[in-house]
Write a protein that binds this ligand. Structure first.
Ligand SMILES: [Zn+2]
Length: 55
């Protein structure tokens, strides 16, 4: 029995905890998957296309 945090979105146990940003309106901890999905949702095109210049 662990006391691991659960992701506020997908409810899976979170090993690496990410904090949701205030503007996302989410209380609690996020897993890496949900965190990066939210990042894409809120900041499309920013930060993620690091290899764009290779196209
Ligand atoms: Zn999750």
């Amino acid at each position: 029995m662990g006391l691991k945090e659960k992701c506020a979105i997908c409810s899976q146990e979170v090993k690496l905890q990410f904090k949701a940003m205030k503007e996302w309106g989410i209380e609690g901890t996020l897993c890496g998957d949900c965190y990066s999905k939210k990042l894409h949702d809120y900041y499309p095109g920013d930060h993620v296309r690091v290899n764009k210049h290779l196209d």
